[in-house]
Design a protein around this ligand. Structure first.
Ligand SMILES: [Zn+2]
Length: 233
């Protein structure tokens, strides 16, 4: 999937959760929200450090976020050097390989958590945990999105090479269709989240994951049929 869609979808899903959390007084502060959002943007681009032409190594690719490009690129190159290259030496470095797995998500999330805690220790404040959570959430959402494509994602690498694949093709109209549907999922998360009583709202991210799974099984037959139409194949 393309970087732009990765960022937009991740932001939409996290924003839906965040809005509910704020309404239920489970999350506070604009600085915290912005930290989370920035973490999500970076996290949603990080798995593709395993591709040379990836957005993260050239900035976010989003005009409105151009000012953040140097930070996004620095995060990309640092993740590539410290996480991807060593992991690639052990588990074979390839696009949609170890970086596109839960192991890659945990390794990258842990790396950034340590870096951010160290920076926070020097600079002060209490933003590192929120930012690191954003990075991890963005990363996981990226893997979920790539699972909708035909190349899929081997979530359990290196334990298993079995891939979760869908019917979408990167750069094809099917990718945009999947992306558009994700916004409907985000809207559903928000609307359902609003009706949930306050203490149980902390489980909203789990409900989000469930809805994404339901969406996966709904959209793939549609994409399959779409491919049979010559204009869209
Ligand atoms: Zn990817």
């Amino acid at each position: 999937m393309m970087g732009k869609n990765h960022v937009a979808i991740a932001i939409a899903l996290v924003a839906a959760n965040l809005l509910v959390f704020r309404e239920k007084n489970l999350f506070d502060g604009w600085l915290q929200s912005l930290s989370l959002a920035f973490g999500v943007i970076v996290g949603a681009l990080l798995p593709d450090v395993d591709a040379d032409d990836s957005k993260v190594l050239h900035g976010s690719g989003i005009r409105q976020l151009k000012r953040l490009d140097p930070i996004v690129m620095a995060a990309g190159y640092l993740t590539k050097a410290v996480v991807y290259v060593p992991l690639g030496l052990v588990f074979r470095g390839e696009h949609r390989g170890i970086m596109h797995s839960l192991a890659g998500a945990v390794a990258s999330g842990a790396f950034w958590w340590i870096v951010l805690l160290a920076v926070q220790g020097a600079a002060g404040g209490s933003w590192a945990a929120v930012l690191a959570t954003g990075v991890f959430a963005g990363y996981i959402i990226h893997l979920a999105e790539d699972s909708f494509t035909r190349s899929g994602v081997a979530w359990l690498k290196p334990l298993s090479n079995k891939r979760v694949c869908g019917q979408a093709v990167t750069g094809h109209v099917s990718e945009d269709l999947v992306a558009a549907g994700f916004f409907a999922v985000a809207a559903a998360v928000y609307l359902i989240g609003k009706t949930i009583p306050q203490p149980t709202a902390v489980f909203l991210p789990l409900l989000t994951a469930g809805l994404v799974l339901v969406y996966f099984f709904m959209i793939n037959p549609v994409l399959f049929v779409l491919r049979l139409i010559p204009r869209f194949s």
